[in-house]
Structures are given as structure tokens and as C-alpha cells.
Design a protein. Sequence first.
Length: 319
Amino acid sequence: MIRRYRELKKRGVLGLNARNACYIMPHNPRRYYPLVDNKVLCKRRLQENSVAAPELLGEITSQYEAGHLSRKLAELDEFVIKPASGAGGDGILVATGRYEDRVWHGSGGRLLSLADIEYHVSGILAGMYSLGGQVDTAMIESLIHTDQRLREIAPEGVPDIRVILYRGIPVMAMTRLPTRRSSGKANLHQGAIGAGVELTSGRTLRAVMSSRLVDLHPDTRCNVVGFQLPDWTTLLAIAARCYEAIPLGYMGIDLVIDQDHGPLVLEMNARPGLAIQIANDDGLGHRLAAVDRLDSPETLSSEQRLDKGLALAEANWGR
């Protein structure tokens, strides 16, 4: 046990307590939490700072509005409905096309009637999917059409790219790939693949699924290691700009690549998980320490912070 602890410490592996005490609490002012915990507020803040995100098509804030959804959905053939304060991808309803009047195609081949959607929205408003079970808002968002270049490693669902920012500098990244086991969701706890990404190149380094190393996607048997993520420079640049929108010192930026609109910020997270270290086979500790040796990186522009992060990565974080 002691030997294992020493090995992890030597590799800079960050634990939950250290993450909270040394990075989240000192660097994440509580006043900014509502801006990331509420996806509607986050989206508005991103728009104010010219950071691309999926379009907000509407909001439902009351049970009365939930019972009269037909007005909001009348002109929409495809859309996504999600809780503004949800977590872990729960409570997301996807309509991929209209089947007939007041009926839509849903994910997995199911049909969604207007009554089905109204019932789901009512549950969102009641706090069924929100953090702490609080009363929530349902948001209607444009549907993401995944860039076809990603279909080689993610044949279904919407894969995303997570970038960890520390003091505005990108320090680690991974892509999360949906599987049939994860029901098409990019959720590692439900069976998605997590593939570490080399910061300097955007190439996947290795992949894990349910804490096991994998090379092939379980559904297609295609190789998910050594894949070059498209638009990598743009993805990192957008992630770095998120610090101007919401200046949290330690956060996760989740991005997607839309076929028509390119890289978009899906959401921001003030308490990003630590499984990204497993996907990268490397600890965050050395990388965060390297950023702490810089002189006031928060005062730099997003372009300068990105350059600093890439330079640190090239130098192997000073190890």
C-alpha cells in the first residue's frame, strides 16, 4: 500500500482531496459557480464573450409552459431538451426529426409524442435531474451533428473533448467516445471510452473503458489510439478563451465538433473529475505545479496562455 502510494505521488497523480483543497477551493471563487452550474447562464456568458456554443432555441421555466410546449416546438424538426442544472448527462432528451404532426423521432429508434416530451419537461422542472434536486429550468438547444471525421472512432452518439484549464492554461485533455454500452452517451461511468490526447498534437495516446486499457472501439473494432482529432488548434484556442468568459482557476471545458458549425463549447465544469489522468496515463500534479511556477498567467491573453501551455507540454512540464 505504501509503495503504491509513493509510486502515484512520484507520477504526480492528483487525488480528490488534493484537487479540492489545493486547486478548487483556492482558485474557484464561489460567486462564479452559478454561471457554470446553470447551463443557460453559462451559454449567455459564452455568447457575451464570442465563444461558440450550440444555439439556445428556448427555455421552459414553469409547469404551465410545459403543458403548452406545442407553441415552442411547432417549427422545430430536431432539437435537444436538457435540464439547465443537470449533471452527468442525465435528463437529456433528443429529437432527431419529425415523424408526423406532434410526433418526433427520438434516440434509439423510439418515437416521442408531444405528451412524452411534456412529461419529460415537467420532470426536469420538478428537479428530477438537477444538482441537489432543486427546481430547474428546461432548455431547448439545437441538435449537434457530429463531424463525420470523428465517426471513425465514434460511430454513434456525440463524442466530446474535455480540456482541463488551470489558471487559464490548458494542462490536460481527453476525448470521450460513446458506445452501445453507454447508450450513445459520452459518459465514462456508463461505459464510454476515454482516450487521452497529446496537447501538442491532438493525437490520441491511449484509451480506457471501465478502467481497462482498450485499443479498439467495442462496436466497430476500429482503432481509437493514434487518431488525429480534427481542428485541434481551434479546440484548444476556444477552451483557453473560456477563462475570459468565466474566470475559474481550475475547470473542465467540454467541447464538440459540429459538422456545420465546427468546434463548440458544450458546457463548463467547476469540479471536473480525475479519470482524465487514467486516460492519459499521467498525473495532473506535475502539470499544475509547472503552471504555478509561471508569473501571473491569469494576466495574459488567451493566445499567450495557450502558447505557455504548449511550451510547458513540449518541455514535459519541467520534469
